[in-house]
Design a binder for this molecule. Sequence first.
Ligand code: BTN
Length: 328
Amino acid sequence: MNDVTSGILASLGRSDIFLSGEELCREFSITRSAVWKHIGLLRDAGCRIEAVTGRGYRLMELSGRPVQAEVGMFLETGRLGKNFVYHQEALSTNQLARALAQEGAPEGTVVSADSQTGGRGRMGRSWISPPGVNLYFSFILRPALPPFRVPQLTLLVAAAIHRALLPHIPGLRPMVKWPNDIFLNGRKVCGVLCEMQSEPDLAHFVVVGIGINVNQSVFSPELRHLATSLSFEAGRSLLRPQLLACVLNQFEPLYQEWLGMDDLSFILPYLEEYSLLNAKEVTVDQPRKSIHGTVRGIAPGGELVLLGEDGRRMLVSSGEAHIRKEPS
Ligand code: BTN
């Protein structure tokens, strides 16, 4: 699928009436048989398009799958998502995006899948990725920056996802849990996994992987108390391609701004406003130790600021935070 296929779908989506083959030929400077080929691609992707002789084409229903043509209808980016790969089933979109990046795929390439059989989470965990309900996607970035700046991307992505979600779940208050989760009503609804390939002074590429529980209604007993979905909390299902596009739309300008800055200062007020951990007593588990303290915010470098029991101020750069006690 390419820009013309997305463009045709966007035109059909904007029109309540039939669009003739001739109109589409003119709009996209293509032949009748090319229009027919693009309509075929859209139907293969699951869109229901009616074709009536003498009248033309009419969009009846989107597939709702996170495919390029449907994401493209909502995309407002310059670069991000313009190169787009979709898999009905993938092992892991992060793994696929990494392989594409190693082959030289351009910055902004997106890999999305309807389901994953080996979805990966942080700290070696798996990410359960059933078909037909959620978003699993990854994109390639090539920031010309030293590797120490890359962990900041996780929080930047979390802020973009948070901004993208807000208009779709009115009345609800999603929260960012440092460094990479979005929570809704106390349960996890989204996770971010950033993976980097670098040399000591320069990042070669970063794969940003995002999993959002969008319309999932059933969770395993182990996850039921920990995870939720947007549809479960909002009481209605959401359009996955639109949400994916909104995340990219929100992220691209933030990323541009961040590239020109030294750190995350410009987005800290936003992150602090929606921080799940602020003022909480937490334990941050790292592979070899656990750190206790009360959260005093996020530092410009993206570290969690903790006040230790001995009054010492600590900057924690990685780990899994658990809330110990609500402040009295
Ligand atoms: C976490 O919270 O542990 C991060 C979860 C990240 C999951 C996403 S789903 C799309 C992409 N592909 C993967 O294998 N993982 C990320």
